[in-house]
Design a protein around this ligand. Structure first.
Ligand code: PEP
Ligand code: MG
Length: 309
């Protein structure tokens, strides 16, 4: 329970009629994790492990990684935590995983693609994550970033399970992955949509460039329709699908995502209570109606007002 949250939210993500949607925190450090726990997050939907190593000149050993991850997991003993494997490259370069200069880093060897070239880096990280899970008592799942195909998803899941980690998932942040969400879910235990990159790649609009920021709007029908595909795949397979990009932090959009079939929403600590309260104030049928209306809207302005009902 949350000590000082809105009166209409007691810290468990649910619609007013009891449809469960986990409200989780995005974290990258022990301080973030404590802030998410203090805000009432039920667990962690995205632990950005690369944030631990933005300044690291050399690859940290498995033992060093284990200690760093356990410190982040500590506030979530007994709770679900999704640890993301290193998402290096483009906007988050890591010195020890640098490759030759690329003309288009966002389209280059980033995220899980680094692991295809250097699987030892992934395996050492998975060993560290499994150890940190044991040390902290957190209920740990692992997911890989920037997965494009079902075959890549299957490759990741095999390595995660070989490391003794029970649940393996992947992020959906490339449009091809959203279009193949059903086949990807068949290969893994869960997916989580990264709307920041999914928007960037869907609209061909650099997420770091102010001049094209208006296009990177998760209310755009082009993005909502990809999210609908992922939600439908989750319903068809009965497997969890979360959203861990910034879209999940928008209290009104949280209702739409719930109506589309997402089973968890993960966000910065500051958004946790408002999203929890927003979901608690509507029924699941109202979320589904908001989702149908938003997906059918002609543009993002119309989608927002349609979702308000
Ligand atoms: C995303 O792309 O939406 C995401 C959650 O990952 P990151 O912002 O770390 O790229
Ligand atoms: Mg991303």
């Amino acid at each position: 329970a949350v000590a000082s949250g809105p009166a209409d939210w007691d810290g468990a993500g649910t619609t007013s009629d009891g449809h469960r949607v986990k409200v989780l925190g995005n974290v990258g450090s022990p301080a973030d994790a404590q802030a998410a726990a203090d805000a009432g997050a039920e667990g962690v939907g995205l632990f950005r492990t690369e944030f631990c190593y933005l300044d690291a000149p050399a690859e940290p050993s498995a033992a060093e990684q284990r200690e760093a991850y356990a410190a982040v997991l500590a506030p979530f003993a007994g709770k679900p935590v999704i640890v993301r494997t290193l998402d290096a490259g483009a906007d988050k370069p890591l010195a020890f995983l640098s490759f030759e200069a690329e003309p288009n880093p966002a389209l280059g060897v980033r995220g899980v693609r680094v692991a295809f070239d250097r699987p030892g880096v992934l395996d050492r990280q998975l060993e560290a994550i499994a150890g940190a899970a044991a040390d902290s008592g957190a209920d740990v799942s692992v997911m890989a970033p920037m997965v494009a195909t079902a075959a890549e998803a299957a490759w990741c899941a095999e390595r995660v399970r070989a490391a003794g980690i029970a649940r393996a998932g992947v992020m959906i942040e490339i449009p091809a992955a959203a279009l193949c969400a059903k086949e990807i879910l068949d290969a893994v235990d869960f997916v989580s949509v990264g709307t920041n990159d999914l928007a960037q790649y869907t609209f061909a609009a650099d997420r770091q460039l102010g001049a094209v920021a208006a296009l990177n709007d998760p209310w755009q029908p082009g993005l909502l329709r990809l999210l609908e595909l992922v939600g439908s795949a989750a319903k068809a397979t009965g497997k969890p699908a979360g959203v861990c990009g910034e879209a999940a932090a928008d209290p009104l959009l949280a209702r739409v995502l719930t109506g589309l079939g997402m089973t968890s929403l993960s966000m910065n600590a500051a958004a946790v209570r408002a999203v929890g309260a927003s979901l608690a104030s509507v029924t699941f049928a109202q979320c589904e109606a908001a989702a149908r209306a938003a997906v059918a809207a002609a543009d993002s302005t119309a989608a927002r007002s349609a979702a308000r009902g």
